[in-house]
Design a protein around this ligand. Structure first.
Ligand code: SF4
Ligand code: SF4
Length: 472
């Protein structure tokens, strides 16, 4: 039954194949020889199968686990250097017809404030986000064909791209909306979206159906096959994710990697990103009622093993995670984080005391973007506001080809330094600016090609003089 090339959800995410893989990993988790073989293959940085990766996830030998974490760190350095791309979510509407039992926007929640932003309100939110320094957004909206039809999403994207406030601009809009039709994906593509993100929540079909008791999202196959429709509609870059805590993490890990293998087998390009959210407290949601919660150590191992299994797929961690957890995990493979996030509808404009409690989940990391940027730099990372690739047509297989050969490095570091410089000029506090200027000066030496370094130096001067939006 298991067939990564099939377009049927139950065949490319075969329950039996997952069970067999879990069994295999459990039997061999103390087999040092086999683990060494998998680690040897992993060092070639071409990725691992779900079964091989599961063996590393389950590995019970302390010295081998040290090797696994060290390899994940190395791969992170090789593919992403010390750069971390910044983004923020923007909640458009929390009207939703679905019944997801882990989300306070579920249709039966009658006491949460329901809100849908008007285009004027979206403009205000975007100006607030631009004034923080953000250039890359992830749009979020509940599923509601009456309140949030595709036309509303498309109009909102147009509004967002159209706002030029002071030196601000949103240059990449990623979209996280419900599974939809090929035709609607085509419209999103035409609207100029970056990545289409859709979390699977859980790959376990039986649990999925229980956790989604009503609404269109109840249909496991329609949801799981959404990325194939998105790609058929011309969207090159798709982002996967599960909500860790709903099901057993080993099952989800295998499902996630099988989904990535399926996309590669059918479309010739794996997922652009993988997100690793963990369930959080929210309005009428108590995370303790879900008994599959994972602690920070398992979370770190999951991140490390995903990094090793799909080296060329970006990994996203949100403000669901605390500063301490982000610090613990980031170096094992995270390439994108959010900062200064609000998870309520209209949350960037509204002062906290007026908050109408429409948030989707409680944020753990409540620091401002400036604080997050400074913290990253003090840890030795370069916060990047780069959005260059899709604007230069480097998407899908073209992007992956550059990424797999590590040539993308030649763009990422210069772009990170130039976009950080823009941030420092326009939005940073004096202390952050001081740390950032020193970091840029030091990192210029790490641009290998002299010609590129010289262009970057010229552009940095131009940025000081007021010009914006240089990119490779
Ligand atoms: S997770 Fe999404 S689809 Fe489910 S209730 Fe929340 S907003 Fe609606
Ligand atoms: S150059 Fe491309 S891959 Fe590198 S940070 Fe920018 S958008 Fe991402």
């Amino acid at each position: 039954m298991y067939n990564p090339k099939s377009l049927k959800a139950e065949e490319f995410i075969s329950h039996q194949e997952i069970l067999d893989s879990l069994d295999y990993a459990d039997k061999h988790k103390n087999n040092a020889e086999l683990i060494d073989e998998v680690l040897k293959k992993a060092r070639e940085c071409k990725g691992l199968s779900h079964r091989e990766a599961l063996l590393l996830l389950d590995c019970d030998i302390p010295e081998k686990n040290e090797e696994i974490f060290a390899l994940a760190e190395q791969i992170k350095k090789d593919f992403y250097g010390n750069r971390i791309v910044m983004f923020a979510p923007l909640y458009l509407s929390n009207y939703c017809v679905n019944g997801c039992v882990y989300c306070p926007y579920h249709a039966k929640n009658k006491h949460i404030a329901r809100k849908k932003l008007t285009q004027e309100e979206i403009a205000k939110e975007v100006i607030a986000l631009q004034d923080m320094g953000h250039k890359r957004l992830a749009l979020e909206a509940g599923e509601d064909p009456v309140n949030n039809p595709i036309e509303y999403i498309l109009e909102s994207i147009k509004t967002i791209y159209g706002i030029k406030h002071k030196n601000g601009a949103i240059r990449r809009v990623n979209v996280n909306i419900a599974a939809t039709t090929v035709e609607n994906y085509r419209k999103l593509k035409e609207a100029g979206i970056g990545t289409y993100i859709l979390f699977q929540e859980t790959y376990h079909k039986e649990s999925y159906e229980k956790l989604h008791p009503k609404g269109p999202k109840h249909n496991y196959a329609y949801h799981t096959e959404a990325m194939d429709r998105a790609m058929e509609g011309g969207i090159d870059d798709v982002g996967l994710g599960v909500l860790f805590g709903l099901e057993r993490y080993r099952y989800e890990f295998a499902g996630l990697l099988m989904h990535a293998e399926h996309l590669e087998a059918v479309h010739g390009v794996g997922p652009h990103t993988i997100s690793v959210p963990r369930i959080r407290r929210a309005d009428d949601i108590d995370p303790s009622v879900f008994d599959n919660g994972i602690d920070d150590d398992i979370f770190a191992k999951l991140v490390a093993c995903i990094r090793i299994a799909v080296p060329y797929t970006g990994m996203i961690m949100s403000t669901r995670e605390s500063k301490a957890c982000r610090e613990k995990v980031i170096h094992y493979g995270i390439s994108q984080i959010s900062g200064g996030s609000k998870t309520s509808v209209g949350g960037y404009v509204k002062p906290e005391e007026e908050d109408d409690k429409s948030e989707q989940f409680e944020v753990s990391d409540t620091r401002t973007l400036d604080e997050v940027v400074k913290w990253l730099m003090e840890l030795g990372y370069i916060p990047s506001f780069c959005t260059a690739c899709y604007r230069e047509g480097r998407t899908g297989d073209r992007f992956m080809a550059l990424c797999k050969t590590k040539q993308i490095h030649n763009c990422c570091l210069p772009n990170a330094l130039m976009t950080l410089k823009e941030y420092l000029e326009d939005y940073a506090s004096p202390e952050t600016k001081k740390v950032g200027e020193a970091l840029i000066k030091a990192e210029l030496n790490n641009i290998p090609k002299e010609k590129v370094r010289n262009i970057v130096c010229e552009n940095l001067e131009e940025i000081e003089g007021g010009k914006r939006d240089f990119r490779f």
